[in-house]
Write a protein that binds this ligand. Structure first.
Ligand code: COA
Length: 269
């Protein structure tokens, strides 16, 4: 159970893309624990069914709606089905993402496009298709961004470009949809343990350890910590927060040259 009191989202209806695993599944579980009915959208039906089964086994309400966020019509139909089953949406989490480490010269135009299409176009598609099902005061959208949105990162040109776009989209939609009472925010996690992303970006104990040294809090986030932030953003406690990019990275994005200097100079305590 989260750090929040119980049932922050009682009776609400939430939809989470990429909800079959990782941070997004942790968010869906957290929402369900707090009383929301959750619709999980993702490419693989079996994965969604297993994830929804876990949530139901824990006493929540959940169902899977297979769709690729890159395919607008299929996605819009999945969102419509979720609305028919769970009622008008109160919360949408745009979490579907793709990543692999590669230098710019090591990725084809299609490789770059694949990540931009999943992360940025997929987020636009989700917001665009979901809006008619959630356009009322109190509704909330949260997109999962990343530190790469504002930290230029080698081997991550595709993700940096896509996530920077996601954050700008968040800000534009926050302005456009504010008059309808719909809030739009991003979460920018740093390294989150036990996720597909970290398996790809820190595949060995040595790389994990180097990564961890660059985090002022000296550890990775847990998926549940990101889920708690999503819960906060979608709760009544955040009613005046919109257009924000909430960084949750243990201070890693602040560190930059400062951390390298600390390591290199080894100052006396
Ligand atoms: N290095 C360079 N290029 C790569 C690559 C790598 N490690 N992995 C994939 N690609 C290229 C492929 O070669 C292909 O380009 P091509 O057509 O010119 O050969 C292109 O990326 C698309 O790959 P494909 O596997 O067909 O796309 P997909 O849509 O099925 O998969 C990915 C999308 C590539 C992002 C895949 O990694 C994925 O599905 N990821 C989802 C899970 C994930 O990444 N989670 C972490 C989120 S933080």
């Amino acid at each position: 159970m989260s750090v929040f009191g119980e049932m922050q989202l009682r009776g609400k209806s939430a939809l989470v893309t990429g909800g079959g695993s990782g941070i997004n599944l942790a968010i869906a579980k957290r929402f369900a624990e707090h009383g929301a009915k959750v619709a999980l959208v993702g490419r693989t039906k079996e994965k969604l069914d297993a994830a929804a089964g876990e949530i139901r086994a824990a006493g929540g309400v959940a169902a899977g709606y297979p769709a690729d966020v890159r395919e607008y019509e299929v996605l819009a139909a999945a969102i419509k089905s979720a609305r028919e089953e769970h009622g008008p949406l109160d919360i949408v989490v745009c979490g579907a993402a793709g990543n692999f480490p590669a230098p710019a010269l090591g990725m084809s135009a299609n490789a770059f496009k694949s990540v931009v299409d999943i992360d940025l176009l997929g987020t636009f598609n989700t917001c665009r298709a979901a809006f008619e099902h959630l356009r009322r005061p109190g509704a909330s959208i949260v997109s999962i961004s990343a530190m790469q949105a504002f930290t230029p990162t080698p081997l991550q040109a595709h993700v940096c470009a896509a996530k920077a776009g996601v954050d700008m989209l968040t800000k534009c939609l926050a302005i456009e949809w504010g008059s309808e009472g719909v809030r739009v925010n991003s979460i920018a996690p740093g390294a989150v343990d036990e996720t597909e992303g970290m398996k790809r970006l820190a595949p060995t104990p040595e790389i994990r350890s180097a990564f961890m040294k660059s985090v002022p809090l000296k550890r990775f986030a847990t998926k549940e910590e990101i889920a708690d932030l999503a819960l906060f953003l979608c709760s009544d406690a955040a009613q005046f927060i919109t257009g924000s990019i909430m960084v949750c990275d243990g201070g890693q994005s602040l560190a930059g040259i400062g951390m390298s200097m600390m390591a290199a100079l080894k100052p006396r305590a």
